[in-house]
Design a protein around this ligand. Structure first.
Ligand code: NI
Length: 448
């Protein structure tokens, strides 16, 4: 899809007038309508490429920590744009640095690159046929969370912002991170979990000197083009719960000669449900504990030695999170001990803090977000899903938001949600994502 010549001329004119717009940064003005028009023209010029990138990445999804092809695609693109590019940051992460022509602050934009062990069932012409190794098994792989769209949007924003480099008052870092979904890593003998994803990038200095970071997530469950945000806690902190209940095996006919870990584990599951309902002050924030996996036993009449349980904790407040971790441990250990069994409680490898948008950055960024979304920004309820964008927010003020992109013709209320084998997005929203990201970065650089 090519623009008619007249449209290109108009776009060129806007870029020229943008000189004046960006130069006004000396007076530290926030992004205005004229500035947005410059960004818009540059983003629209890249729109067809974003669709191609998204489809290419969608057809070649890579699991957490294995994003080699995607990272190369990204790094090659950023190098072609003339950026200084660092690769293999925190695994397969890529950081591109765009130094503007004018002095100023440093802002970062982030996209996650990984896909999921989900068998794609969308029937799209560019649907994934990829398979990869996940925990020792060959599994089908799919971009079922829309990270393919995030990468395409940020590649688009990078190209658009590069085209106005001379007028940019400051530096923009483009952070392409691996393993947002959590790499399949196990804690070592000391319970220490190797870093991955955002945390690993932070540890390798990806956010050094960065004064603010912005990121987004596409969702099929908001109306098309709607930007959903909130100040304060937006997405839950997430902790893996791992409990091993050790008893003493024996014959099912004579349990008095054994210590039954199945009964003890059952009591632990029910006991854990009292952590949220009886032990946490939920007038502060909600919380969720789910045990999703129980493994133990081999035969109907054998009491096994041990039972292993895996679960998840979701919280919206760091203090409550720490309290819940303590209470889960005490509750499981005490209940198991009451029957002579022993509960060993560990947490991880996933341990994501709460994704919280600082009030000050949210308020300051909102005018630009409203402008760039065409007035379609709205406050949304908290989300009990999690994001390791929170790791970036620990070291720099960070703002995270959702972009509604249900597939064309589908109702957002019933469209297959993220992580579904049927998940898909409306590619018309790719420029909206790129435009909002670019606008937030320029606005941040222009603000005092
Ligand atoms: Ni995701």
């Amino acid at each position: 899809m090519h623009k008619p010549f007249s449209a290109i001329a108009v776009a060129a004119g806007l870029v020229a007038s943008g000189l004046a717009t960006f130069a006004s940064s000396a007076q530290a003005q926030a992004l205005d309508a004229a500035g947005l028009q410059v960004i818009d023209a540059a983003v629209n010029a890249v729109a067809p490429k974003m669709v191609n990138w998204r489809r290419d990445i969608h057809a070649h999804p890579e699991l957490s920590g294995q994003e080699v092809r995607t990272a190369k695609l990204v790094a090659d693109h950023l190098k072609k744009l003339g950026m200084e590019v660092q690769t293999n940051v925190g695994g397969t992460g890529v950081v591109g640095t765009l130094k503007g022509g004018l002095p100023g602050k440093v802002v970062a934009l982030r996209a996650d690159m990984d896909a999921l062990p989900v068998p794609e069932n969308t029937g799209l012409p560019f649907a994934s046929k990829a398979k990869a190794n996940y925990l020792g098994k060959e599994v089908p792989v799919m971009h079922a969370c829309g990270h393919d769209a995030h990468v395409a949007m940020l590649m688009g924003a990078a190209e658009a912002l590069s085209s106005m480099k001379a007028q940019l008052p400051g530096t923009i870092k483009f952070i392409f991170q691996p393993a947002e979904e959590g790499a399949p890593v196990e804690p070592d003998a000391n319970g220490k979990v190797p870093s991955f994803g955002a945390k690993a990038m932070v540890e390798e200095g990806a956010l050094k000197d960065v004064q603010a970071i912005y990121g987004l997530h596409v969702t099929a469950n908001l109306p098309s083009g709607v930007v959903g945000y909130r100040s304060g806690p937006l997405m839950a902190g997430s902790d893996n719960i791992r409990i091993e209940v050790e008893g003493r095996g024996g014959h099912g006919s004579s349990p008095w000669n054994a210590v039954d870990p199945i009964v003890a584990a059952s009591q632990v599951v029910l006991g854990l449900q009292t952590v949220v309902s009886r032990q946490l002050n939920i007038s502060q924030e909600p919380a969720v504990i789910t045990i999703g996996q129980i493994q133990g036993g081999t035969r109907y009449n054998i009491i096994p030695d041990s039972v292993e349980m895996l679960g998840t904790l979701r919280t919206f407040d760091e203090g409550m999170r720490q309290e819940a971790l303590k209470r889960i441990t005490t509750t499981a250990e005490s209940i198991a001990a009451s029957s002579g069994a022993k509960a060993k409680v560990r947490f991880g490898p996933v341990a994501y803090p709460v994704t919280t948008n600082p009030a000050e950055l949210t308020a300051a960024s909102l005018p630009a977000l409203k402008l760039a979304s065409g007035g379609k920004a709205m406050i949304i309820p908290k989300v009990s899903g999690s994001e390791d964008f929170s790791e970036f927010q620990k070291v720099a003020p960070g703002f995270f938001y959702f972009l509604g992109a249900p597939p064309k013709g589908k109702d957002f209320k019933t469209a297959p949600s993220n992580h579904s084998p049927l998940f898909d997005i409306d590619e018309d929203q790719l420029p909206v994502g790129a435009r909002t990201l670019a606008a937030l970065a320029v606005d941040f650089l222009q603000r005092k």
